[in-house]
Design a protein around this ligand. Structure first.
Ligand SMILES: [Mg+2]
Length: 265
């Protein structure tokens, strides 16, 4: 993903046309000096989990997705196609399928979370390069996920990222209110004493970066590599990069290494 290199400051980026602004935010197009300017004050690094710490072409999410469908099949005695439609409806209307089930049927969250995250993670390859890149970042590292803590722990372990993160803020900690709700970020900031103006957020869903940006975090959107299969919903894949996204990368490991180097330079 290499695009022209039009600028090195925010002012210049703001003056560009929207498609040029997008190009200017791509990892390969961002000069070290700009990374150094934007990340110099950052000492807290916040990561989404799914499709951020592992690639969007992993079969992990499809497996969870299938377990969610299966949960709905069993709960309501539905066939797979009807359950699937209901699942997508809940996801769009309530932010997560779980929220839809809780609001409309008062389902116990633990029952749902334990069931849907009971998957085989062995297809997920350990990523020692990413482990080194995250470890090298100077400061605190936290996970902020709409999934469960258990899922985050098991997935991080499988990726070889176990023990790197100070803590995991999960959907139970969020009182079941998923990102992008403002309240959830505020709860996260309070619980972990994170000062957003000194923090950076890495995330694969573009609207989950709205509040982080508004609260002063440096925001980075993780996108699939060109040609890489993307299991996410079409509406989760932005065609144009909005202004609340500071950086875009399809290679988190390399991007983090560049950030660390720029901070040490
Ligand atoms: Mg994600």
């Amino acid at each position: 993903m290499t695009r022209p290199l039009p600028t090195d400051t925010d002012d210049k980026i703001a003056a560009l046309a929207p498609d040029e602004r997008t190009a200017a935010k791509l990892r390969d197009a961002v000069p070290d000096i700009h990374l150094s300017e934007r990340f110099a004050h950052v000492d807290t690094w916040v990561f989404d989990l799914d499709n951020t710490l592992y690639p969007a072409d992993s079969d992990l999410w499809p497996k969870i997705d299938m377990r969610i469908t299966l949960f709905l099949c069993e709960l309501f005695g539905l066939d797979a196609i009807s359950a699937r439609a209901l699942q997508k409806y809940y996801y769009r209307q309530h932010g997560t399928t779980l929220n839809g089930l809780m609001e409309e049927y008062n389902i116990a969250p633990e029952r749902f979370l334990n069931f849907v995250h009971d998957i085989d993670r062995s297809s997920l390859l350990p990523n020692p390069g990413l482990a080194r890149a995250i470890t090298a970042l100077p400061g605190r590292k936290l996970i902020l996920t709409n999934g469960s803590r258990e899922h985050a722990l098991r997935t991080a372990e499988q990726l070889g990222l176990g023990g790197i993160f100070e803590d995991i803020f999960d959907i139970m900690a969020a009182d079941l209110l998923p990102k992008p709700a403002q309240e959830t970020y505020e709860r996260f900031f309070d619980k972990h004493e994170v000062e957003p103006a000194r923090a950076a957020m890495f995330e694969d869903i573009v609207h989950n970066l709205l509040v982080p940006h508004a609260r002063g975090m440096v925001t980075s959107l993780i996108v699939p590599k060109q040609g890489q299969h993307d299991h996410r919903e079409t509406w989760e894949q932005p065609s144009i990069i909005p202004d609340h996204v500071d950086f875009v990368t399809d290679d988190l490991e390399d991007f983090l290494l560049r950030i660390t180097r720029s901070k040490l330079a």
